[in-house]
Ligand binder design. Sequence first.
Ligand SMILES: [Zn+2]
Ligand SMILES: [Zn+2]
Length: 551
Amino acid sequence: MTNSTPNPDALEIIPLGGMGEIGKNMFAYRYGDEILVVDGGLAFPEAHQLGIDLIIPKIDYLQEHAGLIKGWILTHGHEDHIGSLPYIMPRLPRVPMYSAALTLGLLREKLGEFGIKEADTDLREVETDAQVRIGKHFVVDFFRITHSIPDNMGYVLTTPVGKVVHTGDFKIDRTPTDGKLSQLDRIEKAGDEGVLLLISDSTNAERPGWSTSEAEVAENLEALIKAARGRVFITTFASQTHRVQNIIKSCEKLGRRVIMEGRSMLKYAQVSQQLGYMEFRDPLVTSDEVGDLQDSQMLYICTGSQGQPMSVLSRLAFGNHAKIALKRGDTVILSSSPIPGNEEAVNTVINRLYEIGVDVLYPPNQKVHASGHGSREEQLHILNLARPKYFLPWHGEPRHQINHARLAQTATRPPQRTLVAKNGDIVKLTQDDFKVVGTVPAGAVYVDGLGVGDINDDIIMDRMSMSQEGVLIITAVLHPTPHIELVSRGFVRSNRELETQIRKVALEAVEQGTREKKRLEDIRDDMYGAVRRFVRKVTGRNPVLIPLLVD
Ligand SMILES: [Zn+2]
Ligand SMILES: [Zn+2]
């Protein structure tokens, strides 16, 4: 079903990413002839999406209705909320884009890397509790809410049909590192006035209780750093500004100098420091400047929390870092947990670290990581503050969305209706109606190298077949005497007998076709079919076959 004609007097909520998945968050609100866009994130590929660097949302709907877009708001600076913007913004009109200082700072850095000029954008910095009017129909009241990056915001959206509360990504940290508590009173106030729809973060809908506070993680890390005798290496998400700040403070207290390694780690630290979100008493040193520091005076903060092959921690674990080599007596702390899909890579790194003989510390054995997303009690607390008429679980896979939907039924005043939406759904909202009324194109656009959208699922399938079964190129040279040449990769080890047989089968097909005066394409197809059947019969394999005919 496709239907993108607007419903008069209804608000439409159109998720273009972030529903049924954790990643590439983006959605549009439409009322009449006005559209408000929220976020523009990316997703990282799954293991089977070979060679794909990253995934961005399909924005056909916005391109088709580009003239209606009145404004854009960004909740926070994580990649799954702003990572697609350098790809998407140039394809959409320049409209006012509102967000807080750190989010815009990180975005500017990104746009700069892509050569996008500030003049081609309209970035408008707002306080985390600002009110912004967008178009004739939308009023956005931002509120601060704690998460794993500073300047994170949710908002109350006032529209002609009623109020929508969107939590954004959140956890309710009662002891946040920067002392800036969530402005939950804003949600409560909206609840008092009447919330038509709540859109809330479902990430941890399967985790009971409350998520651990960042302060507790900081304490645990400090105790481990204190106990370590040699060098300490800590990896975490580069965007974990608060945690990095806490580690730096602990080092200042314990007399260690901080050495930061890895491009993204340095980039986040630099932007955060420039904007006043991070302070260092002692300047950071590089691995070239450690000079005569003792092992017990050094702490490295490095990239690699997800086992990424080129990251600093992976290179250290595999012994191919140009400047640093791990040794017995070193302590390595993984202050992170693997994002689904990265478990194997992280596991491999951990095993290598054990083999080297360093002390490896990681969750859950050590409480050195806390989720940036609230667990069930926090989600329930939000539901009880907002008391929405309708509920839309968001930022989760179906298991998270559905468990969040079930949790909502236990609220003091459960929502009258909950929808588990998919990307591309047109969710219609009025005072007494809340349903999916159509769809728009939505899905994944693959980015590979410099190519955006030039790779589709067929190509991914080819890559998978090639990676699993190899490639066999069969060239039939027709003149002067017909003969066959074979080239294979990843198929079988050089096997004269098999090659002779394949040549024979291919040649027979070619000769028969020539005798019957078939068209060249048909001869090629015959050869393809004959070789495919033969290879499957004698090897039980199904390599990607590329038949070529040279006349
Ligand atoms: Zn986030
Ligand atoms: Zn997120």
